[in-house]
Design a protein around this ligand. Sequence first.
Ligand code: PEP
Ligand code: MG
Length: 542
Amino acid sequence: MQSFQGKSVYKGIVMGPVVVLKKNDYQVKRSRIEDADAETSRVQEAVKRSQEQLQKLYDKALKEVGEASAAIFEVHQMMLEDEDYLEAIQNMIQTEMVNAEYAVAVTGDNFSQMFASMDDDYMKARAADIKDISERLVRNLSGQEDADLSDIDPSVIVADDLSPSETVQMDKEKILAFVTVHGSTNSHTAILARMMNIPALIGVPLALDELKNGTTAVVDGFTGQVTFEPDEETQAATLKRVQEEKEKLALLQELKGKENITLDGKKINIYANIGSVGDIGYVLENDAGGIGLFRSEFLYLGRNDFPTEEEQFQAYKQVVQTMAGKKVIIRTLDIGADKQVDYFNLGNEENPALGYRAIRICLKQPDIFKTQLRALFRAAVYGNLSIMYPMITSVEEVEKIYEIVKEVEIELKAQEIQYRIPEQGIMIETPAAVMISDRLAEMVDFFSIGTNDLTQYTLAIDRQNEKLDDFYNPHHEAVLRMIQMVVDNAHKCGKWAGICGELGADLTLTEKFVRMGLDELSVAPSMILKLRKIVREMKAED
Ligand code: PEP
Ligand code: MG
């Protein structure tokens, strides 16, 4: 039995087998082989295994995100059957007597470069796909663990760190807990853990190479400790605590169907934050009044090209239809900073958090923005959809957004496509937006305060920098005063204001937020009933 101390980013306790996700830092080495036929059969086996993995990914994507998004895995399967590609690998093994990994990696690079230099945009985009399938083949050849978790039992995921695009591809049914060596409290892994209601630890000083898949682990999100190979006594104590937690959760279930109303009659909306269509199950399960933040950029992550208007339309439509008349606030894409996507070609920036991100990309590259707006306006016909724009700093940005909205509306009308321009709000997540919130309130339908970024920009603390976790204090008086200012300015104009950042789920502040006059708190689905309990047991007038 061995224990390690980390920092908990979400409470809960579980016991289960470990799956170690290693970063793709594997270096392909060239080595001389004696038996070219044996090496070629290894390639054939790796191709077979890759095909099986891709089929599983296709089936999963089809179920969760629809046919259009799943198609990429079909394309990969087809590429793996390409005779030119497979022959090039085989020739290299036979003529140069080199190992299969090396032959695949070099052939993959060559083909990828060839595609990248083509004139046709579609063919150019295939360069990334060739790279992807070659990396998958190398992984299968070298026996590395694939990040494809489709055929594991529910497990504790242990990794160095997890990027948003890695987490978005995971099968959430298969994850019991996250344990990472790096990562900050405010990373999207932490957000995902809260969404899934599973314990998550960061900053755990582990040597991943020494940890074997299948090792039993106890992850304690209350103490921040992970224990490998627990002795019998620890196992028994853990099972007892798991049961106690289940009972507590069951008590909360009694609050389902009840209003979020204080003892003296003040109501507040409690909505859910989601990152993908697949999260709606959590929203319904936890009886959310609506969706206060759909992070639409997750539709753009973990793929090789922009999602089309049709793919986006289908995703948004599915969400609003499933929510059956309840409010669904979809945030326009918030790419940049920690959410990097290769095909956006954003380039390296000295200060990505202060860089080219979110609405700035949309205003500079209106074609990307317009595609999303078209999909949103079309989906708005099918339910109670609202839109909000992230990272606003000025009145001029909102004016520019409205100009683009107008252009899109004219296009849709001319094309006789069904649409509706829905309620439009903005996120307040920069100090600039707070300071001019009186003017912004006149222009928009609502405010949703993004406390994660607002804290980062107010305290000048990079939310991704794990060294600064002790300084990242969203309870800072400056942040709380800003929230009050935003609420007051919204109300003066007859608009509503909510919080969709992680602070909205801070149970030590729920009473304060209700008294400050917030109209809405949008939180991880797993927090909804916990907030409801506090609201129903408090008085707004103290
Ligand atoms: C925020 O900044 O508080 C927010 C909700 O947006 P994100 O965490 O996605 O940046
Ligand atoms: Mg933000």
